[in-house]
Design a protein around this ligand. Sequence first.
Ligand code: DNO
Length: 351
Amino acid sequence: MQMSFRWYGEGDPISLTDIKQIPNMTGIVTAIYDIPAGEVWPVERIKELKKAVEKEGMEIAIIESVPVHEDIKMGAAKRDHWIANYQQTIRNLASVGINRICYNFMPVFDWTRTSLSAPLSDGSNSLAYDEKVAGNIDPLSGELVLPGWDLSYQIDDLRRIMDIYKDMPEQQLFDNLIYFLEKIIPVADEEKVYMAIHPDDPPWSIFGLPRVVINKDSIAKIISSVDSKYNGITFCTGSYGADRNNELCEMIEAAKGRIHFVHARNIKWTGEKSFQETSHLSRDGSLDMVAILKKLVEVSFDGPIRPDHGRMIWGEKGRPGYGLYDRALGATYLNGILDTIYHHTEEGVES
Ligand code: DNO
């Protein structure tokens, strides 16, 4: 497994130099953030990004994310145009030696929380989702705007798009995903690029929108829809784990060989469909991180893993979920677990 860390590019207050000082950190997870969803990523821009990371002695482990244009998710008339662009971006990334891409298929809104700074008993704060609060939010009112959301929409556009989705059965959204995969996976195959779909976060319908990457069943359908090892998933423990019915270790077993990226974080269930993010430590949350990592080793997962959202601790201010300190502690905890697991094999501790 390669330890990695998300970096939001030159505008990120956390520098590559800071990241490099975290023990065992060799991989960077990043993207080009100023290219609108759907446009082709030019080779020159990709090279610049790669150079910036390599100058610090690390490498780009995976791109997170190449966004999927809304027309593709909606199955709109122009989708083939955006899909052709996506294929070209895959080719361009491959041409400079980047061979992993994370993406998601969430309608309109990426990860959603109802609080970005909910207090924890130790005096820190973290991201939280409360079912009741979410039920009272109207995403068109502008009262909730989250860092993961695409803010380029005008309210009228948003309304139009949400109306289209409101009438869309989940099966239709899923068919649109398959349509996309049937077109991009052959290119990924040709270019040897691992595609890793991120689950919906949280893994259930929000704001009346359909969601289709939510459980073991969806994973099985996705990976069997186009039978190529390049058609894989991002196993995000915190996203899948928010649903108590998701048995994470079973899911890892079922996705064996198709997990191309891992987001490791812990959450504590606070209600049927409510949770708060915690430190990465198993005993702080509802997920058994040790069991999850053991299982990943057992199925020979050898791709990048990154500590996911952290709490805000030690007075740090910054991008919610993406401060330096708690993610660095998370990486160190994951390193400890992994060294211990590997240590018990005949090869000793993996270098
Ligand atoms: C949140 C992230 C997601 C993720 C995308 C992948 O912190 O895990 O925003 O990057 O959904 O496409």
